[in-house]
Ligand binder design. Structure first.
Ligand code: PLP
Length: 479
């Protein structure tokens, strides 16, 4: 007889023991996160753990589940960057709300399929409520907008491009369709266009101005030139929070361009979408209400575990036009009154990603979320003020959406020496374990980039980090 995964007495006992063990592991994890501020923000690579994982094999015989879990905790989970550390200022990394964790655990154990309304009506209603709330913050009409939660900004953006293509381009023109975006736009845009079959000759990367915003004059020039060549401009991607600098493109002016040339305007708000929650900062995105679609990652600034992103279209019918497919085996579960999730995006079976966000928003309330977002803007301004008060620091990009870029620039250093110095400052602070700050490159300058969207990052974390950077720079240069 096969020892199958049915809950016979033996399996049930093993499962119960595992649950007790898992509970302990979750408690240990929570103890770690309670103490996270006192832990190093940068992890030393553990090559022994890597080796142990590399040597793990696919077993022929069953193994003890508790041992497997321990191996995973020790060698896999704990040998990863501590991106939720309050002084981990790299990438677009955030803390995770305990409510998101609770929602994620519940969603995983119930494992409902959020494909359609009739399979999981409660989940579909919650997803729709979250989409309408977020769409409403973008100025879309909640009664008309629609969308779904997807795995990440990359998939949200690529799905929006499919909607753009299906709603704006005749099939015969697909090879002539051209897309426009700034040289600061996230790499997922180019990847998404490539995955959809658009060639390099259909992609226009438009230079940015001194504030890293798309140059509208050059955008119009490129569109006009394409029209003269018989191309079919159809898609404009605009930034609500670039990865490098947190920059928000001039959405209102870009909406004028969109309307003049009948383009689909997609807003990449994977990072900055959450700024729409703040009544103070929402107006930085004025014009967003005239866009056609928005990608918004709540696993960035809204404390969600991966994967929790959203694709929101101003008019849900544009998504339904692009994605609806009704095979005979779904006839009994297709809703006649509701827009089903699987008709608004590429996935059929999917987890209910919106529930953990719902849990978080319900538990915290929007007032607190507003404060969290505004505090990130505040902290980036603190960095700017402190650097301005200290000698030799050059602000390379102004604070925006909680991000700022800068470098130490003493007199007499060549461009190459400055780049090298920036790298050394980053290495030194990372080696100290106090904070984690990596570099990026802006207009050929290597810079230190601090992104402060972690809800646990305090002003004191930020201030002490700047003081430390200043000390390191002075020690390295003697200036
Ligand atoms: C501006 C922007 N767009 C898109 C993405 C891609 O999002 P994801 O990693 O969720 O696919 C990112 C990721 O950092 C981003 O910062």
């Amino acid at each position: 007889m096969l020892d199958r995964l049915e809950f016979d007495e033996k399996t049930r006992k093993a499962f119960d023991e595992q649950i007790i063990e898992l509970r302990k592991m979750i408690e240990d994890y929570l103890k770690v996160t309670d103490n996270i501020r006192n832990m190093p923000a940068s992890k030393k690579e553990d090559h022994e753990a890597e080796k142990r994982v590399s040597e793990m094999e696919i077993p022929q015989k069953s193994r003890d589940a508790t041992v497997i879990a321990k191996e995973l905790v020790d060698d896999v989970f704990n040998n990863s960057m501590l991106i939720q550390h309050p002084r981990f200022f790299s990438f677009v990394a955030s803390s995770v709300s305990p409510y998101s964790i609770a929602g994620a655990i519940l969603s995983d154990i119930y494992n409902i399929n959020a494909g359609s309304y009739s399979i999981a009506p409660g989940a579909a209603i919650i997803e729709e409520k979250m989409i309408k709330w977020m769409g409403g913050l973008a100025g879309y009409d909640p009664d008309k907008c629609g969308g779904i939660f997807v795995s990440g900004g990359s998939i949200a953006t690529m799905s929006a491009f499919i909607a753009a293509r299906e709603n704006k381009l005749a099939h015969k023109d697909i090879l002539k369709g051209t897309a426009y975006f700034s040289d600061q736009t996230h790499s997922s845009t180019i990847k998404g266009l490539r995955m959809l079959g658009f060639g390099e000759d259909q992609i226009r990367k438009i230079p940015t101005d001194e504030d890293y915003k798309i140059r509208i004059d050059l955008l119009i020039e490129a569109i006009e030139s394409d029209l003269k060549k018989g191309m079919k401009p159809f898609l404009l991607i605009v930034n609500l929070g670039t990865t490098n600098t947190g920059t928000i493109d001039p959405l209102d002016k870009l909406a004028d361009v969109k309307e003049k040339y009948n383009l689909w305007m997609h807003v990449d708000g994977a990072y900055g979408g959450s700024s729409l929650i703040s009544p103070i900062y929402r107006n930085l995105s004025k014009g967003i209400e005239r866009s056609d679609s928005l990608a918004w990652d709540t696993h960035k600034w809204m404390m969600q575990t991966y994967s929790c992103s959203s694709l929101i279209a101003k008019d849900r019918n544009t998504l339904l036009n692009a994605f609806t497919e009704h095979p005979e085996y779904l006839t009994d579960v297709i809703s006649s009154e509701h827009a089903d999730g699987w008709d608004m995006g590429p996935e059929m079976s999917r987890p209910t990603r919106s529930i953990k966000l719902w849990y978080t928003v319900q538990a915290l309330g929007t007032d607190l979320l507003e404060e969290i977002i505004e505090y990130s803007f505040h902290n980036a301004k603190i960095v700017q003020e402190m650097l301005n008060e200290r000698a030799n620091w050059e602000i390379v990009s102004k604070p925006s959406c909680g991000t700022i870029n800068f470098r130490y620039h003493p007199e007499g250093y060549s461009d190459e020496e400055l780049d090298e110095l920036t790298g050394k400052i980053s290495e030194a602070i990372n080696d100290s374990g106090y904070a984690f700050i990596v570099t990026t490159t802006l207009r050929n300058k290597r810079v230190l980039r601090m992104c402060m969207i972690n809800s646990n990052t305090t002003e004191e974390d930020v201030r002490s980090t700047v003081v430390m950077l200043d000390d390191i720079a002075k020690k390295l240069t003697g200036k």
